[in-house]
Design a protein around this ligand. Structure first.
Ligand SMILES: Nc1nc2c(ncn2[C@@H]2O[C@H](COP(=O)(O)OP(=O)(O)O)[C@@H](O)[C@H]2O)c(=O)[nH]1
Ligand SMILES: [Mg+2]
Length: 453
C-alpha cells in the first residue's frame, strides 16, 4: 500500500519533515518505510477508534431512545387506561344517577297515587256527609214546620231579609251621618255600598246615575232625599210586571227545573208539588237527576211528603229517557202537573247544554208545547254569582221564570234587585226556608217592602 501520501501531507501541507524529526531530532533509526507503516497504522487505529466511538455512541443513543420510547409508550398506555377508567367511572355514575332518578320518579308517582286515593276518600266522605245532612233535613219531619203560631210568609221574608235590610239602610245612614248636604264624595261612598250589597254593577250604575242627575239639578240637597231617591229607584226597578205564568188550563202542565248543584232545585220541587197537591192537583215527579242514587232517593222522599207520584230509573241512566217515561205516564194516567228534576253538576257547559237540550227535545216529542215552564233556580247566598248563572243558563235554555232560594238570613238579598233589573225574565218564586210553606210566589212590592221596613 502506498502510504507516501501521509508524509506528503505532513511535509507539504503542515511543513513537518517526519523522517528528519524522528531520526535526527529524536535519535531513532527508522527507515522511511517503517515510519510510513507506523503512521499508517496510527491513522488506521485512529480512524478505527473513531469509528468504534461513533458506533458506540450511536448504540448508546439508540438504547436511550428506545428506553425513552418505551417509557413514552407506557405513559400513553397508562393515560389510556386512566382515561378508560375515568370513562367507566363516569358511566357508572351516570347509570347510578339514572337509577336514582328512576327510583325518585317511581316514589313520586307512588306518593301522587296515594294522595289521589286519600283525596278520593275525602271527597267520598264529604259527599256522604253532605248527603246524610240533606236527607236528614228532608226526611225527618221538620219540627218547625208546624209551630204553634206559624209566622206569615211576609213576616218570614222580613225576618230573612233583616241582614240585607240593615246593611242597606244602616249603610246609607252611615254614609250621610253628620252631613248637611250631599256631594260627589257621598255618591262615591254610596256606589261602593251598593256594590257590596250584591245589587250588581249594572243596577248600581243605574241608581248612581239618577242620583248624579239629581245632584247636578240641585234636587238632592239632604240625606233624607238621598235615601228616598234610592228607595224610589229600587221600587221602579221592582215594578216590572209580567203576564201571570201558570197555564191553569194546560194538562198536564210540565215544569222543568234547572240550575247548578245545591241551589235548592229538588227541595223547591218538593215544596211546589206539595202546594199543587194541597190545591187538589195530581202531581207526578220525574227524577231527571240520575247522577247519584242519593239524588233520586231525595226526590222520592219529597214525593212521599207531597203525596205525589214519582218516576225514576237507576242512577247513571239517561235523564232524557226518565223525562220521556214521566211525561208519557202523565198523559196516560191523567196527571195535572209534571215536575222534572235535573242534575246541575255536569262537568262542562257543553255537556250540560247537550243534556238539557236533549231532555227538552224528548219532552217535546210527547207534548210539543212542553215544557210549559223552565225554571232556573238560584241561591241568593251566592250573591252576584246568581247573576252570572242567569247569563250562562240563558244560553242553554229558554228560561221562563226564576226561583230565588235561601233568602232567609242572607246579607246578599240585594241580588234580587240586580236580577230583576238586568233580565227580562220574571222571578216567579222565592224561598225563605226549608219547609213547604217557605216557598211563595214572588211579589215585587212585598219584597221591596221587606227591604225598607
Ligand atoms: N235555608 C234554606 N235552605 C234551603 C232553601 N231551599 C233549599 N235549601 C237547602 O239547600 C240544600 C240543597 O238543596 P237541594 O234541593 O238538594 O239542591 P239541588 O242540588 O239544586 O237539588 C238543602 O239542604 C236544602 O234544604 C231555602 O230557601 N232556605
Ligand atoms: Mg237535586
Amino acid at each position: 500500500m502506498d502510504l507516501t501520501f501521509i508524509t506528503q501531507f505532513l511535509n507539504e501541507d503542515l511543513g513537518i519533515d517526519i523522517v528528519q524529526f524522528l531520526n535526527k531530532d529524536l535519535g531513532t533509526d527508522l527507515t522511511e518505510e517503517a515510519i510510513l507503516y507506523i503512521l499508517g497504522g496510527g491513522v488506521f487505529f485512529f480512524l478505527l477508534s473513531i469509528f468504534f466511538l461513533i458506533a458506540l455512541y450511536r448504540l448508546l443513543a439508540k438504547k436511550g431512545d428506545g428506553e425513552e420510547i418505551s417509557e413514552k409508550g407506557t405513559d400513553k398506555q397508562l393515560a389510556k387506561l386512566e382515561k378508560a377508567h375515568l370513562k367507566r367511572q363516569k358511566q357508572e355514575e351516570k347509570e347510578q344517577k339514572a337509577l336514582q332518578e328512576k327510583k325518585n320518579e317511581a316514589r313520586l308517582s307512588q306518593i301522587a297515587e296515594e294522595e289521589r286515593l286519600i283525596q278520593e276518600k275525602l271527597t267520598k266522605i264529604e259527599e256522604e256527609r253532605r248527603q246524610t245532612k240533606v236527607l236528614q233535613s228532608d226526611l225527618i219531619p221538620d219540627q218547625e214546620e208546624t209551630p204553634a203560631e206559624p209566622a206569615s210568609f211576609m213576616e218570614r221574608l222580613k225576618q230573612g231579609m233583616a241582614k240585607t235590610r240593615s246593611n242597606l239602610i244602616e249603610g246609607i245612614g252611615g254614609i250621610v251621618l253628620g252631613k248637611k248636604e250631599i256631594d260627589e264624595d257621598t255618591l262615591d261612598d254610596l256606589e261602593e255600598l251598593l256594590y257590596t250589597a250584591d245589587i250588581g254593577p249594572e243596577t248600581t250604575n243605574r241608581i248612581i246615575e239618577v242620583l248624579h242627575h239629581k245632584l247636578a239639578r240641585n234636587e238632592l240637597n239632604d240625606p233624607k232625599t238621598l235615601r228616598i231617591t234610592v228607595q224610589e229607584e229600587i221600587i221602579k226597578i221592582m215594578e216590572k210586571s209580567y203576564p201571570s205564568a201558570t197555564v191553569d188550563h194546560t194538562k198536564p202542565l210540565v215544569l222543568l227545573f234547572i240550575g247548578v248543584n245545591g241551589v235548592g232545585k229538588t227541595t223547591t220541587i218538593g215544596k211546589i208539588a206539595a202546594q199543587y197537591q194541597q190545591a187538589g192537583k195530581r202531581v207526578l215527579m220525574g227524577a231527571g237527576d240520575t247522577f247519584r242514587a242519593a239524588a233520586i232517593e231525595q226526590l222520592e222522599e219529597w214525593s212521599k211528603r207531597a203525596n205525589s207520584d214519582f218516576v225514576s230509573k237507576k242512577a247513571g241512566s239517561d235523564p232524557s229517557s226518565v223525562m220521556y217515561e214521566t211525561v208519557s205516564k202523565a198523559i196516560q194516567e191523567n196527571y195535572d202537573v209534571v215536575i222534572c228534576d235535573t242534575a246541575g253538576r255536569l262537568h262542562t257547559k257543553a255537556n250540560l247544554m247537550e243534556e238539557l237540550k236533549k231532555m227538552i227535545r224528548v219532552i217535546k216529542k210527547v207534548i210539543p208545547d212542553a215544557p210549559h215552564e223552565i225554571f232556573l233556580v238560584l241561591d241568593a247566598t251566592t250573591g252576584q254569582n246568581a247573576i252570572f248563572q242567569v247569563r250562562e243558563f240563558r244560553e242553554i235554555a229558554e228560561i221562563t221564570g226564576l226561583i230565588i232560594t235561601k233568602l232567609d238570613g242572607t246579607a246578599k238579598g240585594g241580588v234580587v234587585i240586580g236580577i230583576v233589573n238586568e233580565f227580562d225574565i220574571p222571578v216567579r218564586y222565592i224561598g225563605v226556608g226549608e219547609s213547604i210553606q217557605d216557598l211563595q210566589p214572588f211579589n215585587a212590592s212585598e219584597f221591596t217592602e221587606s227591604l225598607f221596613t
